[in-house]
Design a protein around this ligand. Structure first.
Ligand SMILES: CCC/C=C/C(=O)SCCNC(=O)CCNC(=O)[C@H](O)C(C)(C)COP(=O)([O-])OP(=O)([O-])OC[C@H]1O[C@@H](n2cnc3c(N)ncnc32)[C@H](O)[C@@H]1OP(=O)([O-])[O-]
Ligand SMILES: NC(=O)C1=CN([C@@H]2O[C@H](COP(=O)(O)OP(=O)(O)OC[C@H]3O[C@@H](n4cnc5c(N)ncnc54)[C@H](OP(=O)(O)O)[C@@H]3O)[C@@H](O)[C@H]2O)C=CC1
Length: 300
């Protein structure tokens, strides 16, 4: 594999240690490659150690940074505490935490039992909180003001609700509010959230087929009319760790091609290709107004 071609300066994170949870696949793996290409030493956390071993070996082929790997289910409090201690024993510092691990099983709300709800909330809210709390308490609080430190929490574009993702959406909403509060309590550590939309990554393989088919009606779902790339998320994560973001805290950056802006009833896209604009030109809207006025007049 060739070295990751980042848009950032190649020594941007030289001498820094960055923790990436869920670093064994998808967005987390891509982020690990990008940060390593920028000189960061890495601690990769995930449940399946084989996935982390593979990413560590990939990075070893491309650059000489130090990469440690840690098998840990972020939902287990004692395990998280021990893992952060293990990372500090190996690296001596944690400059940035990227809370990327997460996921869910799709299900209508009416079919989710308490155990399933808890499982997903713990995966997407409690686990990220535990990681952040331990990194802050074990390292960051003792080094406030000495260097720019940050925590970035990956959430998801589930604004206004998303059928089949009710448990996950509730957890992500909680994670956003947690990020906002932590940015107040833990300043000057910067705490932000990043909300990816539909990204062509391993996570998408887990979507059920009807959901994938709906997403792929790109003229209705994503104004930029394509899926996002893992590197388009990792670039934003690198930016948030960098000095370019040193006055950004308590924010959420959406990486979603404007998907939440799309009105689902109308196709998206520009001028001539868009049938909605054509219907305006053909007088579609005045017709509706005339009908409304006629109905109102009839009711008087
Ligand atoms: C806009 C973008 C949208 C977002 C995109 C992405 O996030 S992409 C990224 C996507 N990437 C990912 O999502 C990957 C990460 N996802 C995962 O690792 C897992 O899906 C998990 C963490 C959600 C559960 O893992 P685990 O091993 O910890 O859990 P477990 O298997 O032991 O189950 C515990 C309990 O949960 C329940 N329950 C579980 N499954 C189902 C189901 N299918 N059906 C119904 N219920 C289900 C059930 O109650 C079960 O207990 P039971 O009945 O067995 O006694
Ligand atoms: N792809 C997309 O379209 C979108 C993704 N997201 C979010 O972005 C993040 C990355 O997603 P993506 O790369 O696509 O999907 P992946 O499923 O490939 O990544 C999720 C990673 O999280 C790890 N993980 C999951 N649960 C735990 C846990 N309890 N403890 C430790 N590690 C865990 C997994 O590793 P392991 O199995 O080894 O534990 C895996 O490497 C996730 O939080 C996802 O929900 C948000 C919006 C859209």
């Amino acid at each position: 594999m060739n070295s990751f071609q980042s848009v950032f300066r190649s020594d941007l994170f030289q001498g820094q240690t960055i923790v990436v949870t869920g670093g064994g696949s998808g967005i987390g793996r891509c982020t690990a490659h990008e940060l390593a290409s920028l000189g960061a030493d890495l601690a990769l956390v995930g449940r399946k150690i084989e996935k982390l071993e593979t990413v560590k070996a990939e990075i070893a082929q491309t650059c000489g940074v130090k990469v440690s790997i840690h098998s840990c289910d972020i939902r287990e409090e004692e395990k998280v505490t021990a893992t952060v201690a293990e990372i500090l024993a190996e690296h001596g510092k944690i400059d940035h935490l990227i809370n990327n691990a997460g996921g869910q099983f799709p299900s209508p709300l009416s079919s989710i039992n308490a155990k399933g709800w808890e499982t997903v909330v713990r995966n997407n809210l409690t686990g990220g909180f535990l990681m952040a709390r331990e990194v802050f308490n074990q390292y960051m609080v003792k080094n406030l003001g000495k260097t720019d430190m940050s925590i970035t929490n990956i959430i998801a574009d589930m604004w206004n609700g998303m059928p089949g993702m009710g448990h996950s959406g509730a957890a992500r909403a909680g994670m956003l509010n947690f990020s906002e509060t932590a940015s107040l309590e833990w300043a000057p550590v910067r705490v932000n959230a990043v909300a990816p939309g539909f990204i062509a990554s391993s996570g998408m393989d887990t979507y059920p087929e009807p959901m994938k088919q709906t997403i792929m009606q790109l003229d209705k779902t994503i104004p930029l009319q394509r899926l996002g790339l893992e590197a388009e998320v990792s670039g934003v994560l690198a930016f948030l760790c960098s000095p370019a973001a040193s006055f950004i805290s308590g924010s959420c950056i959406r990486v979603d091609g404007a998907a939440p802006n799309a009105r689902r009833i109308w196709p998206v896209g520009t001028g001539k290709q868009n049938p909605v604009f054509n219907s305006f030109h053909l007088g579609g809207v005045p017709e509706v107004i005339q009908r409304r006025d006629a109905e109102r007049a009839g009711k008087k």
